[in-house]
Design a protein. Structure first.
Ligand SMILES: O=C(O)CCC(=O)C(=O)O
Ligand SMILES: [Fe+2]
Length: 377
């Protein structure tokens, strides 16, 4: 029997790697850009099957995923509320993604977090490397999810922090430069936390469940943040900004840099669909945890980021998940004879550990929880 994981021992242990790892040389893509002009090191060049097709007249149109108006859920009349809940349920079932407008978060705060994030990424590399992401770990500056020398690298610089509970914080990784960085992260993460709670309660209602079901189940929810900076890439047809993956969270909130190019793509019906940013909206996606809890009714969608030849791109991503202590599995309301159980029960801390100690590879991480379909005739 595996012992359950608590937030305290997770930070000490996490990520727990069975062997010392050799990740080889990880070039900083912003520095590459400065030094090498058009030469892309082989480690960034994807195998042909993985390369992003550049837009042609045949490529799927950039799509606006469903847009949910939060004000209609918070204070709309009965009809507006009902309509928006139906839209929410359809978005989660069909896309696992939606954008939220009128979310109530001060637009100045969204601008401010973007500003400090960009200021951070524009610092000299020596300054950023004062907060290093150690190989195999997921906090600090660097590239996460790299576990071997021959693994392909993403055309991205990341900066990530654990936020809640406090025990997952590593104070040495909180930048003092830019001066407003850490304060802004604190304010922003409190606002995003409220949004996650509200959205989860509407997601519960959209499933016909009590609004507070997830809040009660999750305990003190874990919250972490990652800023992804994708510099322009001379050969966007050869590289990926971020490898295909689903998120291990319950819910993810993604803020795209204002005026940035399209970079996020979602795999839908085996086609990578570029997602058109909507002004002042936040992109929300269902993570693996909600997929398990709803027994696959709401699915975490596979997504990735691509780069652009001339333009950079920033995304600021919040992951909201249950406390590591809790055990999860499909909720009884989601299982019946037409919807047989698809996932086993497990400790969420174990899943988090599994997620952060494996490379990003589509939805493979969720095999951890899948019950193989019954093959008997
Ligand atoms: O940059 C993006 O749009 C995607 C980011 C993302 O999926 C992630 O950080 O998990
Ligand atoms: Fe993601």
């Amino acid at each position: 029997m595996s012992s359950s994981i608590t937030s305290k021992n997770l930070i000490i242990m996490a990520p727990v790697l069975k062997f010392p790892i050799n990740v080889g040389r990880i070039d900083d893509v912003q520095e590459l850009k400065k030094s090498r002009k058009n030469n892309i090191p082989n480690r960034f060049v994807r195998d042909i099957a993985e390369r992003p097709a550049l837009a042609t007249s045949h490529s799927p149109m950039s799509t606006s995923i469903p847009v949910i108006d939060l004000s209609k859920l918070m204070k709309g009349n009965k009809e507006e509320f009902h309509f928006e809940i139906l839209k929410l349920s359809a978005s989660c079932e069909e896309w696992g993604f939606f954008q939220v407008i009128n979310h109530g978060i001060d637009l100045n705060l969204l601008e401010k977090i973007e500003k400090v994030a960009m200021e951070f990424f524009m610092l000299p590399v020596e300054e950023k490397q004062k907060y290093p992401m150690a190989p195999g770990t997921v906090q600090g500056y660097g590239q996460a999810f790299v576990f071997s020398e021959d693994q392909k690298l993403d055309w991205c610089n990341m900066f990530a922090l654990g936020l809640v509970p406090h025990s997952i914080r590593n104070p040495k990784l909180w930048p003092t430069n830019p001066p407003m960085f850490s304060d802004t992260v604190e304010t922003y993460s409190k606002e995003i936390r409220k949004l996650c709670k509200d959205l989860l309660s509407f997601i519960a209602l959209s499933l016909g469940l009590r609004g507070n079901v997830f809040e009660e189940m999750f305990g003190l929810s874990v919250q972490a943040m990652r800023m992804n900076y994708y510099p322009p890439c001379p050969r966007p047809d050869l590289v990926l900004g971020l490898s295909p993956h689903s998120d291990g969270s319950a819910l993810t909130v993604l803020q795209q840099g204002k005026g940035n190019t399209v970079g996020l793509q979602i795999l839908k019906n085996n086609t990578w669909v570029p997602i058109q940013p909507v002004r002042n909206a936040l992109v929300i996606n269902v993570g693996d945890t909600i997929e398990v809890l709803t027994n696959g009714r709401y699915k975490s969608s596979e997504h990735r980021a691509v780069t652009h030849k001339d333009k950079d791109r920033l995304s600021i991503v919040t992951f909201y998940a249950p406390s590591y202590e809790i055990e999860i599995g499909p909720m009884s309301e989601m299982v019946d004879e037409n919807n047989p159980i698809k996932y086993r029960r497990y400790n969420h801390g174990e899943y988090s550990k599994h997620y952060v100690t494996n490379k990003l590879q589509g939805k493979k991480t969720l095999d951890f929880a899948k019950i193989p379909p019954n093959n008997s005739f």
